[in-house]
Each structure stands twice: as structure tokens, then as C-alpha cells.
Write a protein that binds this ligand. Structure first.
Ligand code: NDP
Length: 421
């Protein structure tokens, strides 16, 4: 195995893991607010960013070491070096200046942040750098409307930074259920984030410690830091794909078949570099299926349908299956169940935050084909709902399930009246 930076992948080193630690950190502001309503007095709660960064770095160091230890224990030879393809069976290990050969080669080089080419693009940071900021400015502008933009806007907001989120389209989180998108947008505004849609950035200028953004709307925006979260691209630059004759798709991704094999029989690829579903557990499953297929004597193709996912925004999104719009395209009759309510935990507080649950049901088969949740624990709920949806549970199965009271999730089995068409 060859790795040019640290072992663990984007998720562990500069993605899901440090991000989730930041999410936990940023939740305390709201928790302290809620605590007051339960009679707690918390004097002078203060947040120290350098402490969080140091503790997070120590945890990532620990995980990096665990991965290296596990690899060695499994008998793998590890090259801490950049590697490039030199042919269908040859990999060049740069640090050692030599080629090694293998019967089979697996590429899992992930993705890399994409920044559009606009004047002043050199001033912006991406999520890579956000994990290592020395200080937090008073105001941060996040550009983009996907997973990373939304999560980081909420993280910085929770840490007391004034945040503007600028998105080029009509509504954030394109591809998610429209009710979820609208509801999260409302909640983010209520929590104090300056969310601006239909807002493209034309240029960025540096003025001392500050930055000034020229917006397509004609407005200008002053800010202490600009973070771009405008998508990620397959990490293939200089990888030697041409040398090995590996075919790529339109966005540079490595083209693979259902068994993750490229057009070259000896070369396989899994994870974000193949641009299928860019989520860690999907990459792990693709890797496992590759191992089963090539070395385990079991031919396994990964099923990419009904994958549960979460956006760790505040409040959180958890979702599995089809959106209402996708279901309406696919089925002749669609029945929607939706409930919006104030979570019990906030009932004593002044906080005006709503939770939303939505079930999308195929009107003919009665199968629940989509579940969408906004609120605390939505990701945890979506993981379990994923089992029910994968098993083909019907609305009648949901109805036959006894509620667990008092929980928020009980709403999922007690919604009886469909939303009027
Ligand atoms: P996304 O693809 O989710 O979002 C990219 C955003 O940037 C979209 O809103 C897109 O707008 C916008 N955008 C793209 N190009 C431009 C441009 N030229 N100018 C302005 N805006 C632009 O990517 P992310 O970077 O947020 O995340 C990358 C991937 O990482 C995700 O797709 C996800 O798979 C994974 N991820 C998963 C997480 C999780 O599971 N919780 C957390 C973080 C990342 P438009 O919608 O109009 O195209």
C-alpha cells in the first residue's frame, strides 16, 4: 500500500471524523441555552478554538497510528510515498525512486476540493484548511450549498462566528427532499446564519486582514475568511492513468464496472475517485466487494440503492430512499405523510426550532420508499430506517409498529393522515 500523506483517508484525516468532532463542539451553545430552561445556571461559558484544534489533532494522530498498526499486523507492506501508475501492472514509488509490480492494482485516491476560477480565488480556503485555522475571525463567508457548505456554516455559527452562506441556486442542498431543504433553510436563518440563495460570487479582493466579495447581485460583502465548499473532484492529477491506459469519465473519474474493474483487467478503483456515491461507508463496501470478488472467490457487485445519509447541520438531516419528487417521477401514485413539531427537549425554552419527519409511500404497493428527517438524532434514525426501507417495509408495517414514548422517532409510526395532494 502506498500513501503520500497520512493513513486513514479523507474521512479520518480531513473529513467526517474531525468534522463530527467540530459538530459536537458547536452544539454546546444551543445546549447551554436549553439548559437554562431546565434550571441550570452556567456562568461564563467560553469556547477556546485552539484547545479544540489540539485535542482534535491528537485524536487524528491516534487514529493514523491505529491504521498503520492494523496494516502492519495484517502483513501489509506500507510505502509512505506518493505513487503513480507506470503500466497495467507497475506502480512507481516516488520516495524510493523505484517501480514495484503487482498482479492486481487497486486505486482509492479519493477526491480533492474544487474551487471555481474567479478573480481572487487564491484567497479562499477549503475544508482542508478549515481544520487547521489558528484563529476564528468574527465573520466567515461560506460559498456553496452542499453537504460541506451547510455543515461548516452551522459549525462556525455554533462557535459564535457570524456566518454568511452564499449559494448560487434557488435552494440549498440540491438533490435532497424539497421539504427538508426549505425547513433547514428556515432553521438556519432562525439560528442567525445569513443564508443567501441565487447569490454568485464574481470576485474576491484582499484588504489587509479582511476580504471583500463582489456578488452578482451587485452587492459587496466584507468578511474575515472565505471558505469554498463547491464540490470535490476525483483525485487523479498526475496519477499516471494515461501510462496504464485507464479510461476516465467526463469529470475525470476512473470509469469502472459493477465490480469496480477499469477497462484494464489488472486495475480496479473504489471510492470517491470513481465518483459513484461519495460516502465513506460506500467506499469501504466497494473495497470489500473488490476483495471478495478478486481474492475471495465470491463475485459481489455493490448495491448503491437506498443508502442512508446525514447532513450534520443544526438541526441535523437524516434521509434514506427517494425524495418526493423522485417518487412522483417513478410511481403513478405517491402518498406523503409529514409532521412538523416542536421537539420536547425545547418545550421549556424560548428556542423556536421545529423538527420535521416525512414518509414517502408508493400508493400502489404501500412500500415506504423514502424517509426524511430534520432534527436532533436524524442521522441515527436514518441509519435504522435504512434497514426497514431496504427490507421493503410498507406503511402498514410502520403503522403496526408500537410507538416508543416519549421519543421524537415515535412520530414515524404514528403518522396516520396523509398530506392532502
Ligand atoms: P456537494 O456536491 O455536496 O455540493 C457542492 C455545492 O457547490 C453545490 O451546492 C453546488 O451547487 C455548488 N457549486 C458547484 N460548483 C460551483 C460553482 N462553480 N460556483 C458556485 N457554487 C458551486 O459537494 P461538497 O463539497 O459539499 O461535498 C463533497 C462530497 O463529500 C458530497 O457530495 C458528499 O458526498 C461528501 N460529504 C458527505 C458528508 C456527509 O455524509 N455528512 C459531509 C461532507 C461531505 P449546485 O447544487 O447548484 O450544483
Amino acid at each position: 500500500m502506498a500513501e503520500e500523506y497520512r493513513v486513514g483517508g479523507t474521512c479520518v484525516i480531513r473529513g467526517c471524523v474531525p468534522k463530527k468532532l467540530f459538530v459536537y463542539a458547536s452544539h454546546f451553545a444551543r445546549d447551554f441555552e436549553t439548559a437554562k430552561s431546565f434550571g441550570w445556571t452556567i456562568d461564563k461559558a467560553e469556547f477556546d478554538w485552539p484547545t479544540l484544534i489540539a485535542n482534535k489533532d491528537a485524536e487524528i494522530d491516534r487514529l493514523n497510528a491505529v491504521y498503520i498498526r492494523n496494516l502492519k499486523a495484517a502483513g501489509a507492506e506500507l510505502f509512505l510515498s506518493r505513487a503513480t501508475l507506470a503500466g497495467p501492472n507497475t506502480v512507481h514509488i516516488e520516495a524510493e525512486g523505484r517501480d514495484i509490480t503487482a498482479k492486481t492494482i487497486l486505486i482509492a485516491t479519493g477526491g480533492w476540493p474544487f474551487i471555481p476560477e474567479i478573480p481572487g480565488a487564491e484567497h479562499v480556503i477549503t475544508s482542508n484548511e478549515a481544520f487547521h485555522l489558528e484563529t476564528l475571525p468574527d465573520h466567515i463567508t461560506v460559498v456553496g450549498g452542499g453537504f460541506i457548505a451547510v455543515e461548516f456554516a452551522c459549525i462556525f455559527n455554533g462557535m459564535g462566528v457570524d456566518v454568511s452562506l452564499l449559494y448560487r441556486g434557488e435552494q440549498i442542498l440540491r438533490g435532497f427532499d424539497d421539504d427538508l431543504r426549505d425547513a433547514l433553510h428556515d432553521e438556519m436563518i432562525k439560528s442567525g446564519i445569513d443564508v443567501r440563495v441565487m447569490c454568485d460570487v464574481m470576485s474576491i479582493e484582499r484588504e489587509g486582514e479582511m476580504f471583500e466579495l463582489e456578488l452578482k447581485t451587485g452587492h459587496r460583502l466584507q468578511t474575515g475568511l472565505v471558505m469554498y465548499a463547491t464540490g470535490r473532484r476525483p483525485n487523479v492529477t498526475g496519477l499516471g492513468l494515461e501510462a496504464a491506459g485507464v479510461e476516465q469519465g467526463p469529470s475525470g473519474q476512473i470509469a469502472v464496472d459493477a465490480w469496480s474493474k477499469t477497462n484494464i483487467d489488472s486495475i480496479y478503483a473504489v471510492g470517491d475517485v470513481t465518483d459513484r456515491v461519495s460516502l465513506t461507508p460506500v467506499a469501504i463496501r466497494e473495497g470489500h466487494a473488490f476483495a471478495d470478488t478478486v481474492f475471495g472467490g465470491k463475485s459481489i457487485a455493490v448495491d448503491h440503492s437506498d443508502i442512508a445519509s446525514a447532513v450534520f447541520s443544526q438541526p441535523e438531516i437524516g434521509t434514506v430512499g427517494l425524495t418526493e419528487a423522485q417518487a412522483r417521477e417513478r410511481f403513478e401514485s405517491v402518498v406523503i405523510y409529514r409532521s412538523t413539531f416542536r421537539p420536547m427537549k425545547l418545550s421549556l425554552s424560548e428556542l423556536d426550532e421545529k423538527m420535521m419527519m416525512k414518509l414517502v409511500v408508493d400508493g400502489v404497493s404501500d412500500r415506504v420508499v423514502g424517509c426524511h428527517i430534520l432534527g436532533d438524532g436524524a442521522g441515527e434514525m436514518a441509519q435504522l430506517l435504512g434497514i426497514a426501507v431496504k427490507m421493503g417495509a410498507t406503511k402498514a408495517d410502520f403503522d403496526a409498529t408500537m410507538a416508543l414514548h416519549p421519543t421524537a422517532a415515535e412520530e414515524l409510526v404514528t403518522m396516520r393522515e396523509p398530506v392532502k395532494d
